[in-house]
Design a protein around this ligand. Structure first.
Ligand code: FAD
Ligand code: NAP
Length: 528
């Protein structure tokens, strides 16, 4: 749960007003929309209470039954039927609270509904489905009385603390964490922050503004029949395509543009794609280049083409170092995304930028995304159980380094897993040394492809369920990091089973117990 300093942090409702954090945040956005002021004067507690007799102002009960990243969007929207617009907007989000938009799901939707946020395309995991749904809901919003009031997102956030105000950090080096024989390429990446002066705490994420691969940019310029020096918005076309726009999933607006400048069956097809239909069953694979190839006779003007693309979005990475241990240094643990569609190799934008394209000494636009609800316990004596397969290890390496640097006496238990023990045991020397020194009280490993059946971290947890329960009973915090779609749910299910079996509870009671752990901040997730 890694969300950040929200771009437009507008404080109208004082913290002393009788509202919950979520209600206050919504109210702040709502009044900011109404007032559209530069520097809103906080209302007194009495004014705040008087203006809104009831908690949210729209009679919503605040429950969010759709807040589960595994529920498909159509079902989420069903669950939100009959709710106020801002709640339906929340249901349209991907429900990961991943922070990539600069908010959590609830706050992003509230910001749109209050018109404090005009951008509808910030939900990266929700992709085009979410953007389309938000567009439709926003049309509803446009018909409401406050439609004329649009508050521009604040760009005055402290430098390097939000996606709207990045700073430059220096890339230092990269090192492959997999050994030979692995099908994966995961890199340990080092940055130097001394030039930009940023700091961070463990649990925070790092936002990276990557640049598109030049090879791809040049192929697109060739497809457009343009020159890379063609000027667009005061820059060369090559610069704009490299730095400013996303070349990944082709947006609806690109298909709209293609439909305007072609005719017949091509036009129908482009129009259908613009409306989210899939006439040829290939819509999911159409990045910008593939869209141009599909409509290869159609050559949009470079200016119109650029206008039809989405802005390049930053990517977040869990920080895998501790500022307390190594001030001014920051590291990441990045899985390189590469795959093939048809005959073309596709490159994940930021992961291949970090893993392959930047060179030591290069400056990269970055920001620290503050974590909310993903942090070491305040009491350094509190035991912690960390469950992080794959790149999910990243924040836990940071936690361990931090506990070592600060001399925190709490016990530490790591569950790590990956494909093969031989080649996918990231940071094995370091972790083994931590085990030997006693910093790592326990280390439990799970290799999914060593044996003839899959074996995951949650299987290992079940094996040692009695001890997991003992740690929980001693007050341990539990942390999960990594894949949001399947792993996080499966781990939570294992935890419920452990609580039921070893805590002598019914399944329902165990579910409530785990929900209570979450509420108390003793069960925290950082999933993506
Ligand atoms: C809070 C947070 C923390 C994160 N921490 C980490 C971390 O520590 N380490 C890490 O590696 N990542 C982390 N991520 C994920 C990271 O932000 C990026 O999403 C990831 O690196 C991919 O980005 P990219 O730009 O390289 O790829 P993109 O250009 O965004 O492409 C990724 C997309 O490619 C498509 N794709 C990928 N593989 C395939 C395939 N085999 N077949 C078809 N399509 C495919 C999918 O649509 C996928 O969404 C984190 C994310 C969040 C939100
Ligand atoms: N197509 C995609 O877009 C795609 C696919 C996978 C991962 N990812 C993303 O890629 C990034 C990096 O991945 P990663 O390096 O962390 O590795 P990963 O590919 O997510 O896998 C790490 C380990 O987790 C195992 N695993 C798979 N399903 C699991 C489950 N339900 N419960 C517990 N463990 C499970 C994997 O086993 P097995 O692989 O042997 O099953 C592997 O051993 C993440 O963002 C992840 O979400 C994307």
């Amino acid at each position: 749960m890694n969300q950040m300093t929200r771009p437009p942090k507008i404080e109208i409702i004082p913290s002393s007003a009788p509202f919950s954090e979520a209600q206050r945040s919504w109210l702040n956005g709502f009044f900011a929309g109404l007032l559209s002021t530069d520097g809103p004067a906080p209302l007194s507690a009495e004014q705040g209470a008087a203006v809104l007799q009831e908690p949210t102002g729209d009679a919503d009960d605040g429950e969010a039954p759709w807040h589960d990243q595994t529920i498909p969007i159509a079902d989420r929207m069903k669950l939100a039927e009959g709710r106020p617009l801002r709640r339906r907007m929340m249901a349209a989000m991907a429900q990961q609270d991943c922070g990539q938009c600069g908010y959590n799901c609830n706050d992003y939707s509230d910001a749109i509904a209050s018109k404090a946020e005009a951008r509808l395309n910030l939900c990266v995991p929700g992709g085009k489905e979410t953007a389309r749904m938000l567009k439709a809901l926003n049309e509803e919003l446009a018909k409401t009385p406050a439609a004329s009031v649009v508050v521009a997102p604040a760009t005055t956030a402290e430098p390097g603390r939000s996606r709207d105000n990045p700073v430059a950090a220096t890339f230092v080096s990269r090192r492959l964490l997999n050994r030979s024989g692995s099908e994966k390429a995961t890199w340990h990446i080092d940055f130097d922050l001394s030039g930009c002066g940023l700091d961070y705490v463990v649990g925070d994420s790092f936002g990276i503004f990557a640049r598109n691969a030049l090879g791809l940019v040049d192929q697109i310029i060739a497809m457009l029949g343009a020159s890379h020096t063609t000027e667009v918005n005061g820059k060369t076309l090559r610069e704009v395509l490299t730095d400013d726009v996303s070349l990944a999933p082709a947006p609806d607006t690109l298909f709209e543009l293609l439909s305007f400048i072609t005719g017949g069956a091509q036009r129908e097809k482009a129009r259908a794609l613009a409306q989210g239909e899939d006439p040829d069953g290939d819509a999911a694979t159409l990045d910008v280049m593939a869209a141009l190839q599909k409509f290869s006779g159609v050559r949009p003007h470079p200016e119109a083409f650029v206008e039809a693309l989405e802005p390049l979005q930053p990517r977040l990475y869990s920080i895998s170092s501790s500022h307390n241990a190594t001030p001014g240094k920051l590291s990441l643990t990045v899985d390189c995304v590469r795959y093939v569609v048809g005959k073309r190799k596709r490159l994940g934008l930021a992961s291949t930028f970090l893993a392959e394209r930047i060179k030591p000494g290069d400056q990269v636009k970055v920001y620290v995304q503050k974590a909310h609800g993903f942090a070491l316990p305040q009491d350094p004596k509190t035991p912690i159980i960390m469950i992080g397969p794959g790149t999910g290890i990243a924040p836990f390496r940071a936690f361990l380094l931090d506990r070592k640097a600060t001399g925190a006496p709490g016990k530490n238990w790591l569950f790590f897993g990956h494909r093969r023990s031989e080649c996918d045991f990231f940071y094995s020397d370091e972790l083994n040394a931590m085990k030997t020194s006693g910093l790592l009280t326990r280390m439990s490993l799970a290799w999914s492809r060593d044996g003839d059946r899959k074996f995951y971290v949650q299987d290992r947890m079940r094996e040692v369920g009695r001890e997991v329960w003992t740690w929980l009973a001693e007050g341990a915090n539990v942390y999960v990091c990594g894949d949001a779609k399947r792993m996080a749910k499966d781990v939570e299910r294992a935890l419920v089973d452990i609580v039921a079996q070893f805590g002598a509870r019914t399944t329902d009671e165990a579910v409530s117990f785990v929900a209570e752990l979450k509420k108390k901040g003793r069960f925290q997730l950082d999933v993506y």
